[in-house]
Design a protein around this ligand. Structure first.
Ligand SMILES: Nc1ncnc2c1ncn2[C@@H]1O[C@H](COP(=O)(O)OP(=O)(O)OP(=O)(O)O)[C@@H](O)[C@H]1O
Ligand SMILES: [Mg+2]
Length: 254
């Protein structure tokens, strides 16, 4: 079974193009099983603004108080997940919404409760449940809210959640779909990156904000995934068995 984990950024959800869905259908036609994970950054920001709650980011991760957690879960589970499932269904894709904290589909532990609050890193994945969906021909759409310790739920950066799902499923591809064509430098797309090149771009400040958890996830995923890409949701990402965007590659061993 060829598997792809697709992470769709909240950043691009409203702007997903027809060609994005055509690429999704092309993958399905080529025999790929797809697990979808979504974010919800801009909508969570809008909700927090309405609630008059300040939100702060550290290294691209949202500092999450109990209040922020409640707002994030409301937006992710109640709005973003619903919208995405309906969009996929309207394109003939058999999507099914999944709350990742149920049945410990995603299990997480605090990263640093003092600094980040209710933010988790995935420690385990109930891949058996995900495989049941895939075997039934369904495309699970996961929220990035995980089961935490002692009855808590934790906010997980959706890039990290997707990386963990890809690792657990030993996925062939990890695709992170966002609002830019890939990793950019001076406005130009960088077609491929190794770990050392990526780290240089972080050090020099070219890669910042929400791109940081994305490239960290990409580099970590290289350990288990053959193919890791950051692509735009505004354009086709897969045509005639060719992938677009920034491809992450292992260092050349000389
Ligand atoms: N070198 C870079 N190349 C491209 N984008 C970059 C770079 N450095 C920082 N970014 C920022 O990263 C953003 C993408 O990450 P962001 O977290 O905002 O979106 P997302 O992960 O797709 O959505 P969500 O966080 O809602 O899931 C881009 O819109 C851009 O502003
Ligand atoms: Mg992000």
């Amino acid at each position: 079974m060829k598997t792809v984990v697709v992470k769709c950024g909240g950043s691009v959800l409203k702007e997903l193009s027809q060609s994005f869905f055509d690429s999704m259908n092309a993958l399905i036609a080529d025999g790929y099983k797809i697990v979808f994970v979504h974010g919800g950054g801009p909508e969570i920001n809008a909700m927090l603004e309405k609630m008059n709650v300040k939100s702060e980011f550290k290294n691209g991760l949202r500092v999450t108080s109990e209040e922020v957690l409640q707002a994030a879960e409301l937006v992710l589970s109640g709005s973003m997940n619903r919208k995405l499932v309906r969009m996929l269904e309207s394109q003939g894709i058999p999507a099914i919404g999944v709350q990742s904290s149920d049945q410990g589909i995603l299990q997480a532990d605090f990263i640093n409760q003092k600094e980040l609050g209710f933010v988790g890193d995935v420690t385990a994945v109930n891949k058996e449940v995900l495989q049941l969906f895939l075997e039934a021909g369904l495309l699970p759409v996961l929220t990035p809210i995980a089961k935490g310790p002692d009855g808590t739920v934790l906010n997980v950066n959706a890039d990290h959640a997707a990386g963990a799902a890809a690792y657990a499923l030993q996925a062939d591809h990890l695709l992170m779909v966002t609002d830019v064509p890939g990793v950019l430098k001076d406005g130009e797309l960088i077609p491929s990156l190794t770990a050392s090149e990526t780290n240089e771009l972080i050090d020099s400040g070219v890669i910042s904000g929400g791109m940081i958890p994305k490239v960290h996830t990409a580099l970590k995923a290289l350990e288990s995934c053959g193919h890791v890409h950051i692509v735009s949701g505004k354009k086709p990402f897969y045509e005639n068995e060719t992938w677009h965007g920034t491809l992450f590659q292992k260092e050349e061993t000389v």
